[in-house]
Design a protein around this ligand. Structure first.
Ligand SMILES: Cc1cc2nc3c(=O)[nH]c(=O)nc-3n(C[C@H](O)[C@H](O)[C@H](O)COP(=O)(O)OP(=O)(O)OC[C@H]3O[C@@H](n4cnc5c(N)ncnc54)[C@H](O)[C@@H]3O)c2cc1C
Length: 473
């Protein structure tokens, strides 16, 4: 991998992209379109990072993400660029519905609750999930004065202030903090939900702001492809990575290539690899998690690395189980259920994958996916497979009454898999950006910084490609 000398005077800079997750692959797709000379270096034997789909028998098993949000338009833009639009998969919304475990049973999330904001009166009024005082407190949100200062606030403080404690514990925490595998007590509302702050400031109320936003939503485009709130891909989410690789050319993706360090020299950047070789580039896009990036950059800028160290991470595991449908005696409702932290259970959530999505399992099989760790009982992630299976089966029996034995099970552990955007996150990102100004041609992208979801990661890849383009003389 000993590279040719780099040359900043060359018309098009040579670019190294470190890491082969979706942020890196997006950047590469865009750099190819812009005519750059680039190489991706990925430490594992295949690209995709957290996009990990396995075909087990007739099952399509997702180890990492199972969907993307089309409202974050960048994912759909990428999918179109790489010719995958025909494989976009809607969720089976005839069965849609989220259930929340509370007080020993499952309750349907009232219709019209958008993230955590109620937008319809009757479904909330008739809901068994929230007590009457809790419902009245949620309705009082319309009269809570807007906050005057623009300081960051924890999700817990924000929701308690606007919608009340019961909404925090039964809706916002499991629905919102759960997705981010974080604790609402220290999650930054400014980093994760700038939209809510905006609604509070502009409309004076989240309920008013959300109703207004829904009215302004463009009607579905009848000539466009059908869309649901969550979308996936027929072959599973890793197909996105596979198709990016074939689009950019497999020869430009070096797998089994762990980057150990980057040093800056008068010509640009020298990458050192795990096998002792080096290669020179004019620009480097680091698409690795912040805790790895800080080690790679230790010889470039100590202060920058200290700032990267301040980003915390949480660990989670997903456990996929396949059952024979005939063994499941209880009807399964909605797309699955979530468990509030205050219930102190060991399971965080469960998705009925083969009900939510087509093409996931044969007709006679039910595929489900359980989540543990993150904001609740993170220690469970370190259990061995059999122990984790035992925990999950016990929880499923007690929560939904599934007593059957699975015919297949598969565990995926994601140690330090999700960054936690804690209060002050945006300030820390601004401080990192400030330091990066001193390093022309060095870019940091991916889930560590400006959004955890696939859409935000894709956007970070597009943004990096645009920044690289600006280097052209
Ligand atoms: C269990 C789980 C479920 C999720 N579900 C969803 C979902 O349904 N929808 C959604 O939008 N988001 C979801 N997310 C979040 C989303 O999947 C991730 O935030 C996103 O995929 C991260 O992409 P990335 O490009 O930042 O990095 P990653 O995917 O983490 O890629 C980083 C890459 O860098 C490589 N690397 C590390 N060190 C080195 C090195 N030294 N040299 C070279 N390469 C290196 C790694 O091997 C990896 O391939 C989920 C995440 C998890 C963990």
């Amino acid at each position: 991998m000993n590279g040719k000398d780099s040359d900043m005077t060359r018309k098009s800079p040579r670019v190294a992209i470190v890491g082969g997750g979706i942020s890196a692959l997006t950047c590469a797709v865009d750099l190819k379109e812009k005519g750059f000379d680039f190489t991706i270096f990925e430490k594992e034997n295949s690209a995709g990072g957290k996009l990990l789909t396995e075909k087990i028998g007739g099952l399509v098993v997702e180890g990492g993400p199972d969907s993307y949000l089309p409202e974050k338009v960048w994912s759909v833009q990428l999918i179109r660029k790489i010719g995958l639009a025909g494989d976009m998969l809607c969720s089976n919304d005839d069965f849609k519905g989220t259930f929340i475990y509370s007080g020993g049973r499952l309750h349907r999330l009232p219709e019209g609750v958008m993230l955590m904001v109620p937008t319809m009166i009757m479904p909330l009024a008739t809901s068994s999930l929230i007590s009457w005082p809790g419902k009245i407190r949620m309705g009082m949100e319309l009269f809570v004065p807007r906050r005057k200062d623009h300081k960051d606030e924890s999700l817990a403080d924000f929701v308690t202030r606007r919608l009340g404690r019961e909404c925090l514990e039964k809706i916002a925490e499991p629905l919102v903090a759960g997705i981010h595998t974080s604790n609402p007590v220290n999650m930054s509302v400014l980093a994760i939900f700038p939209r809510f702050i905006d609604m509070e400031q502009k409309s004076g109320s989240l309920i008013k702001g959300m109703v207004k936003a829904m009215k302004q939503m463009p009607p579905p485009n009848p000539s466009g492809p059908p869309m649901t709130y969550f979308m996936s891909l027929k072959e599973g989410m890793q197909e996105l990575a596979h198709r990016c690789v074939s689009h950019i050319g497999a020869e430009r993706v070096k797998t089994g290539a762990a980057v150990v360090s980057v040093v800056k020299n008068e010509k640009g950047y020298r990458l050192a690899f795990g096998d002792g070789t080096t290669a020179d580039f004019d620009a480097v896009v680091l698409a690795t998690p912040s805790y790895i990036t800080k080690d790679i950059l230790k010889d470039v800028d100590r202060e920058l690395c200290d700032r990267l160290s301040a980003i915390e991470w949480s660990s989670t595991a997903t456990i996929t189980l396949a059952f024979r449908k005939e063994d499941i005696k209880k009807p399964l409702r909605g797309f699955g259920f979530i468990v509030p932290r205050v219930e102190n259970r060991r399971l965080n959530a469960c998705t009925w994958s083969s009900i939510k999505w087509s093409y996931r399992a044969p007709e006679d099989t039910l595929l489900i996916r359980c989540f543990v760790g993150g904001g609740h009982h993170e220690e469970l992630v370190s259990l061995n497979d059999e122990e984790l299976l035992g925990v999950v089966l016990e929880e499923l029996r007690e929560i939904v009454g599934i007593a059957a034995k699975p015919v297949v099970f598969k565990v995926y552990r994601w140690f330090r898999g999700m960054p936690k955007y804690t209060v002050g996150h945006l300030g820390r990102i601004a401080a990192i950006d400030e330091k990066l100004k001193a390093h022309r041609g060095l870019y940091l992208i991916g889930c560590s910084y400006r959004g955890i979801g696939i859409g935000d990661c894709v956007k970070s890849g597009f943004d990096a490609a645009a920044a690289v383009e600006a280097l052209r003389p």
